[in-house]
Ligand binder design. Structure first.
Ligand code: C2E
Ligand code: MG
Ligand code: MG
Ligand code: MG
Length: 277
């Protein structure tokens, strides 16, 4: 009996592995065509200022409308795009699309928020990256102060120089740099030493379990670090009133999460701003 169960569970495991591998293979194959087939789109999630309650930013979040598999989350295809270096062209599409959207909103008279774009370290290792960003801003005629780049610091420390070069170039050009998912990577503090970011974003895992003393302490420490460095601190993944109250108490500057809004289509995002959240 036990043997049978063992065998079954092994089979089950094997089957999952196989379908996962197949899923990855399909994704890899179809991803190379997704750009030209126009299958990507962006959703926008508001960032809210704790003190004023106003929307101060919109984060662009990438989605892939797969013809057979439906909408696919970036968790499933960004790592593959990084591996195949398609992240360079996909990332450029994201930047251009988000900046165009921001320009359109400016033309409609919405001046008070910036647009945040997630950038992979693989993009930042590419020597031309900063120049391409500046070219896009020029082409669209969007002022750099409207753009924030969110970087997840999974960077390999040996390649940090190329990354820092791009970051400095961007900062000089007036683009803001935010360190995303702060606190979960070993290199969080290392980044702070190498480069003066304009803001940090506390990883949502700390916010989710904010009722645990250790997480509250970590959040306190990150906020203290940010404020000592005279930069803003944002918390992501805020889902409840309790979490929000706790973050207010800790002195967090900006918040983002389902408590305020899920990621929205552009027209929904602007409706939210019109309504004042
Ligand atoms: P991230 O930049 O840390 O974005 C936050 C993620 O948390 C988003 O997932 C968002 O939809 C989700 N989220 C927001 N509020 C809540 C909440 O209250 N509760 C929970 N449980 N989740 C919340 P999403 O859109 O699936 O993106 C996942 C990650 O993929 C992003 O994490 C980012 O690292 C990456 N990503 C997304 N778009 C792009 C892109 O255009 N380029 C690159 N390179 N990476 C991207
Ligand atoms: Mg900001
Ligand atoms: Mg982000
Ligand atoms: Mg995050």
């Amino acid at each position: 009996k036990a043997k049978e169960r063992g065998k079954n569970s092994f089979q089950y495991f094997d089957k999952t592995m196989k379908s996962e591998a197949e899923f990855a293979k399909t994704i890899k194959r179809d991803l190379s065509l997704a750009l030209e087939k126009n299958q990507f789109f962006l959703l926008y999630q508001p960032l809210v200022d704790v003190k004023t309650g106003k929307v101060v930013g919109m984060e662009a979040l990438l989605r892939w409308q797969h013809p057979k598999k439906g909408v696919i989350s970036p968790f499933h295809f960004i790592p593959i795009a990084e591996e195949t270096r398609q992240i360079i062209s996909i990332g450029e599409w994201v930047l251009r699309t988000a900046c165009r959207q921001r320009k359109e909103w400016l033309n409609m008279g919405y001046f008070d928020f910036s647009i945040s774009v997630n950038v992979s370290v693989h993009q930042l290792q590419w020597p031309d990256f900063a120049k391409v960003v500046c070219d896009i801003l020029n082409e669209i005629e969007l002022e750099s102060r409207y753009l924030e780049l969110e970087i997840t610091e999974t960077v390999l420390l040996e390649s940090v120089d190329a990354v820092v070069k791009n970051l400095c170039h961007l900062k000089e050009a007036g683009v803001k740099i935010i360190i995303d998912d702060f606190g979960i990577e070993n290199s969080s503090f290392r980044y702070m030493q190498k480069f003066k970011a304009d803001g940090i974003k506390i990883d949502r895992s700390f916010v989710r379990d904010i009722n645990l003393d250790v997480n509250k302490a970590i959040i306190d420490a990150i906020i203290l670090l940010g404020h000592r460095m005279k930069i803003g601190v944002t918390a992501e993944g805020v889902e409840t009133r309790e979490q929000l109250d706790c973050l207010i108490e800790c002195g967090c500057d900006e918040v983002q999460g389902y408590y305020f809004s899920k990621p929205l289509f552009p027209d929904e995002a602007i409706q939210m701003i019109q309504k004042g959240l």
